[in-house]
Design a protein around this ligand. Structure first.
Ligand code: 5GP
Ligand code: MG
Length: 487
């Protein structure tokens, strides 16, 4: 995942506006941040590891003057925490210089990369973003055609902001997997992953880019082109609704907070339980917990305090601190002692955090811990940019709900049904990518990519092929008769 932002606004401090836009999008990526500006066509960029506020200072922003800017906040997937991967990336090609910020993941990078290298391109990294930039930078057709040409050749998920020839370009893959919104600040145009970035700047949402659409902004305003044929009604990532996007963001006209409250209400109806209080795993579980409390009539209470300053570049505690049982991110409140608690969270991925939270609550004296999850079990990896691990790292992959409950040590566990989730979005089922929940991918995933993800964890090729062929079915509720011991 990543957050992207772009602005074309001659006469304004575009770098500063981009800084604030990225600040609003910080939740989409905390590993590195960067801004590229174009000043009369000359491109300069600054990018570094860390949060937006760590990378930029007043002085550094003052060094970035221009009329157009693009920015990026990066969330790395495993093993690629390097400065070289920070974005926007700059590519100088025979046709033009481009700065590119990309959210998503391509699925045909290696093939395209081989073609580019054979054609003499100089690539510095193995990143899919550099491939997109290189395709556009060396294409000698006019900019619009070069971007459309690249869009037709790359597969997978991409929402991107690009700066070239003094123009701002935004484009979105034919499935529209990652969000991208066009905004307006008086006479100037902006692009952002989420509408919350415009709220901060006092800008208005103009509209979301359509799947396969490209928008080009120059001094005379913006032009939209349907650069590639959209794939059906699109496949917006449903995980944006479940977890990723900020609750005050609106996607397809729906405020995500409201959708998440509905998920919690539905969950209370689907998996009721007798308890003394409903609490959230903050912050992401809070809207659904509010909904659960509202629908069940069980009072909402805070049971865990979260330290919000644990970023991705957080220094890991040493072994001594770990053994002391360090609670870097969450600390339980005595409020839970002697109570039967419903703990609402939006999702379980690997189960590591959830297991610790359950144990912590029992240690604090909770009598029962009923886990209620406002999404269905995540059973299949994401190839489109969400850091969701490989199949055998997913705790619900190949396990029944009862088995997952046992692993987590909870009194009971229930997940929201797929229908319940879908209804809560108030948007039609056929407009979402739900592959992590259903194993149905909207695009062709090359077998080598699937196998690589599985084989990475040391499975044999035959074993990996077997698990590709045999999706497991899980039922939605599990309850233990006895109270599990706190560890
Ligand atoms: P787990 O118990 O699977 O280790 O963690 C579950 C928690 O991770 C939930 O609170 C959920 O909100 C959060 N979560 C889900 N997806 C992501 C993600 O992509 N990145 C981060 N940092 N947290 C996530
Ligand atoms: Mg969470």
């Amino acid at each position: 995942m990543c957050g992207i932002f772009g602005i074309h606004a001659p006469g304004r401090d575009v770098a500063r506006l981009t800084y604030f836009g990225l600040f609003a999008l910080q939740h989409r990526g905390q590993e590195s941040a960067g801004i590229a500006v174009s000043d009369e066509g000359r491109v300069t960029a600054l990018r570094d590891m860390g949060l937006v506020t760590q990378v930029f200072s007043e002085q550094k922003l003052r060094g970035l003057s221009g009329q157009v800017a693009v920015g990026h906040a990066r969330y790395s997937t495993t093993g690629s925490t390097h400065w070289a991967n920070a974005q926007p990336i700059i590519q100088q090609g025979r046709a033009r210089t481009v700065a590119l910020g990309h959210n998503g993941n391509l699925t045909n990078t290696s093939e395209l990369r081989a073609g580019l290298l054979a054609d003499g391109a100089r690539l510095r990294s193995t990143s899919d973003t550099e491939v997109i930039a290189a395709l556009i930078a060396r294409d000698e057709r006019p900019l619009e055609e070069a971007v459309a040409g690249a869009m037709a050749r790359i597969d997978g998920a991409f929402s991107a902001v690009l700066l070239a020839e003094g123009k701002l370009v935004g484009f979105r893959d034919p499935h529209g997997i990652r969000p991208l919104v066009l905004g307006r600040l008086e006479d100037d145009w902006l692009l952002a992953s989420e509408s919350c970035a415009f709220d901060l700047l006092g800008a208005e949402v103009e509209r979301e880019l359509a799947p396969g659409e490209m928008v080009v902004v120059d001094d005379s305003g913006y032009e939209a082109h349907q650069a590639v044929e959209p794939a059906g009604a699109g496949s917006l990532c449903i995980f944006e609704f479940i977890y990723f996007a900020r609750p005050d963001t609106k996607l397809r006209g729906v405020e995500l907070h409201g959708a998440r409250v509905r998920m919690g209400e539905r969950l209370a109806a689907e998996a009721p339980v007798e308890a003394d209080l409903v609490m959230a795993v903050p912050d992401s579980g809070t809207p659904a917990a509010i909904g659960f409390a509202r629908a069940s009539g069980i009072p909402f209470a805070e049971g865990l305090i979260k330290n919000r300053y644990v970023g991705r570049t957080f220094i890991q505690p040493d072994q001594a601190l770990r053994e002391h049982g360090i609670k870097t991110k969450f600390n339980p409140l005595a409020e839970v002692s002697g109570k039967r608690v419903v703990v609402v969270d939006d999702s379980i991925v690997r189960g590591t955090t959830t297991r610790k939270i359950v144990a912590m609550l029992f240690e604090e004296g909770a009598l029962e811990v009923h886990l209620r999850i406002s999404s269905p079990p995540i059973v299949s990896p994401c190839f489109y940019g969400i850091d969701m691990a490989d199949e055998d790292e997913l705790i619900a992959g190949g396990r029944s709900v009862e088995e997952v409950r046992g692993q987590l040590g909870a009194t009971s566990l229930a997940y929201l049904s797929l229908d319940g989730l879908q209804d809560s979005t108030r948007r039609p089922e056929g407009t979402f990518c739900r592959a992590c929940l259903t194993r149905e991918y909207p695009t062709q995933i090359p077998d080598d990519l699937k196998l690589a993800k599985l084989r990475f964890e040391g499975q044999t090729v035959a074993g990996a092929e077997r698990s590709l062929a045999n999706p497991t079915k899980t039922s939605m509720l599990a309850t233990s008769g006895t109270r599990p011991k706190a560890s």
